[in-house]
Design a protein around this ligand. Structure first.
Ligand SMILES: Nc1ncnc2c1ncn2[C@@H]1O[C@H](COP(=O)(O)OP(=O)(O)OP(=O)(O)O)[C@@H](O)[C@H]1O
Length: 275
């Protein structure tokens, strides 16, 4: 029996803009009824151009924002976003990794402290165990013990992204939302980080939602693909079905904009680097 970690049912999100106190303003329907399901251990890639609603959906999936209507379920349980937000047990199940990890790393905080912080805030873990868990995670993401006492500026972009991934995993989440996690990295470093994500997924049975505009990366990492266009899922299916037989005109246009040969050659290069 498959285990569904993440499900959304008819999620919509409207933004009211302008209008002031008495004016009518305008409503943007950023999401128009998104239904999706992601099985444990699988990767759903969400693709689409800027403004199609990817970040809005990511904020809802990570429980930072509430939908206007519809339901979010984590491990089959409906998520209630009350006045105080979501209960901490639910929130820790889903973590997010952003495109630019530098923005979320405090320049004055040593890496060891960056990794231990979620345990200080969310769990009553003794100091010794905190250190052990942080050190273990540091090694798991391919960094070294001596990095524990270094500051963020001493790391390359790829290493910083490894730190961000390690931090996201400290609370042992079920699901990672990866928002363009390799878009800012060089191609060879992209391959290394994608391989690391694949290894971690296997080791911890993690489920991923991978947001990207890069079709070659999506092809490399996804089990299923959702293509979004103006707040709607215009395409949703297995990677092979979506790439070989896209149903929607928009998907065909999107794929045409990334020449097939180019996407294939990038994928080949990624695979070679990864080998
Ligand atoms: N806080 C907000 N207030 C008003 N409108 C918003 C807000 N956030 C997003 N929008 C609008 O909702 C739509 C979807 O935006 P969203 O940021 O989710 O798209 P996106 O696909 O993530 O784009 P990008 O890749 O550029 O981040 C856009 O029209 C955007 O202008």
């Amino acid at each position: 029996m498959s285990e569904i970690v993440l499900e959304t049912r008819g999620i919509t999100r409207d933004y009211h803009i302008g209008g002031g106190l008495f004016g009518k303003g305008r409503i943007i329907n950023a999401l128009k009824g998104i239904d999706l399901k992601v099985e444990k251990g699988k990767t759903l890639a969400i693709v689409g151009e800027s403004g199609c609603g990817k970040s809005t959906l990511a904020r809802i999936m990570t429980m930072i924002d509430a939908p206007t209507s519809g339901e979010l379920l984590i491990d089959g349980k409906p998520v209630e976003i009350g006045k105080k937000g979501v209960d901490s047990e639910m929130r820790r199940k889903v973590q997010i990794v952003f495109q630019n990890p530098y923005g979320s790393l405090n320049p004055r905080q040593k890496i060891g402290d960056v990794l231990m912080e979620p345990l200080v805030i969310n769990e009553n873990v003794p100091v010794k165990e905190r250190r052990e868990r942080a050190m273990e995670m540091l090694l798991k993401v391919g960094l070294q013990a001596e990095h524990f006492n270094r500051y963020p500026h001493m790391f390359s972009g790829g290493q910083r992204q490894r730190i961000a991934i390690a931090r996201a995993l400290m609370l042992r989440p079920r699901l990672l939302v990866l928002d363009e996690p390799v878009s800012a990295l060089d191609l060879s470093v992209q391959a290394q980080v994608l391989n690391l994500l694949a290894d971690l997924q296997e080791e911890f049975g993690l489920t991923y939602v991978f947001i990207s505009h890069d079709l070659s990366v999506v092809r490399y990492i996804a089990d299923e693909v959702m293509v979004m266009y103006f707040g709607e899922a215009v395409e949703y299916g297995t990677r092979d079905a979506v790439f070989t037989d896209p149903q929607h005109e928009y998907t065909r246009t999107l794929f045409a904009a990334t020449p097939r040969a180019d996407a294939d050659s990038i994928r080949k290069r990624l695979a070679e680097k990864a080998a």
